[in-house]
Design a protein around this ligand. Structure first.
Ligand code: TYD
Length: 138
């Protein structure tokens, strides 16, 4: 199952009484070359983000502040993860539909991505995503 390739990874954490520090180095903590970083912030309570899949994009999602839920779906099975640690990253491989909700106040969702932004890489239609996901498995 494609979904099994998506997992939460521990990132390095330097604990310090002055405040903790986590770092991410290309080729070390992330199983792809990082070509883009973006983040969601100032998310109003009750908002939902995501609501799409990607054809080729690899991503690592980190709750650098606060918390949120990520619902993953490979067209066959689903799982939900609660992200609430700045030193944990959720790796999401291609062909996964994701919905993100339950953002806490002040949550920041940082995403490391393997490619620059390309709308053509998106599935915005769930039925189309499921149809293609089923084809991939055959
Ligand atoms: P989208 O990926 O749908 O956001 P989310 O998954 O967080 O709900 O993107 C929302 C809008 O932002 C859309 O118009 C495309 C634009 N956008 C960029 O221009 N560059 C980017 O790197 C990203 C992620 C989005």
């Amino acid at each position: 199952m494609i979904l099994e390739r998506c997992s939460v990874q521990s990132l390095p954490k330097i604990t310090d009484p002055r405040g903790n520090l986590t770092f991410i180095e290309g080729g070390q903590e992330v199983p792809f070359e990082i070509r883009r970083v973006y983040y969601l912030y100032d998310v109003p309570g009750g908002s939902e983000r995501g609501g799409h899949g990607h054809k080729k994009l690899h991503q690592l999602i980190i709750a650098v502040s606060g918390s949120f839920d990520i619902h993953l779906d490979d067209g066959h099975s689903k799982k939900t993860l609660h992200m609430n640690r700045a030193n944990l990253g959720l790796y999401i491989c291609p062909m996964i539909w994701r919905d993100i909700d339950n953002f806490s106040s002040g949550a920041v969702c940082m995403v490391l991505a393997s490619e620059r932004y390309d709308e053509l890489d998106y599935y915005r239609n769930y039925d189309q995503f499921v149809a293609d996901a089923k084809k991939d498995v055959l």
